[in-house]
Design a protein around this ligand. Structure first.
Ligand SMILES: [Zn+2]
Length: 187
């Protein structure tokens, strides 16, 4: 069974009002690397950590489907670090009291040369680049989304003193696939 405090997978639960009811240290890192500790996160609304109206609306759709159907949903997402491509399956498990347990199951990793754009310590300037919250691709021009390595070439981004800020967004194909995500029993 799940051992919450020591599980190395990020695991957290939101209650019926979408407040963080349980969170393990690995999930605290994912959620709020700056805050970084479990106690300061408990009781906070999950929406405090999800930027952007569109991203929020898609999570609301997923949560309402999980709660209505009472069966889990699996959401594939990229969760890269600067030097690692990572694909996770985010499992949303409905619990009896309408809370939802989230488990990040890492399903694939691949090493790569570190990408400065993904380094949270790197100084940023006023430019911003839309980055899809699900597939992590970058919008290089309206409606065109590329993997971050390709986007750096397309936009000729070099790691000089400062880099553009990555701004959470949703690409068209992820929006469509999230909207097509239904719990198995009602699909
Ligand atoms: Zn996307």
């Amino acid at each position: 069974m799940l051992n919450l405090p020591t599980d190395t997978r990020p695991v957290y639960t939101i209650d019926v009002d979408d407040r963080l009811a349980l969170i393990n240290p690995a999930a605290a890192n994912v959620f709020a690397p700056a805050a970084g500790n479990v106690t300061s996160l408990l009781g906070r609304s999950v929406w405090d950590f999800i930027p952007g109206t569109q991203i929020r609306q898609l999570w609301q759709v997923l949560y309402s489907r999980v709660r209505a159907a009472g069966v889990p949903v699996f959401v594939p997402m990229r969760a890269d670090t600067p030097s690692l491509r990572r694909l996770v399956d985010l499992e949303l498990h409905p619990l009896a009291d309408r809370s939802i347990q989230h488990i990040y199951e890492c399903v694939w990793t691949e090493a790569r040369p570190a990408i400065a754009l993904l380094d949270p310590q790197y100084p940023r300037d006023q430019r911003s680049l839309p980055s899809c919250a699900w597939c992590r691709r970058i919008q290089v021009r309206l409606g065109v989304w590329e993997e971050i390595e390709q986007a750096q070439q397309t936009l000729r981004i070099e790691a000089v003193e400062t880099l553009p800020t990555l701004k959470p967004a949703v690409c068209v194909s992820c929006k469509q696939s999230v909207l097509k995500t239904f719990p198995a029993r009602v699909a």
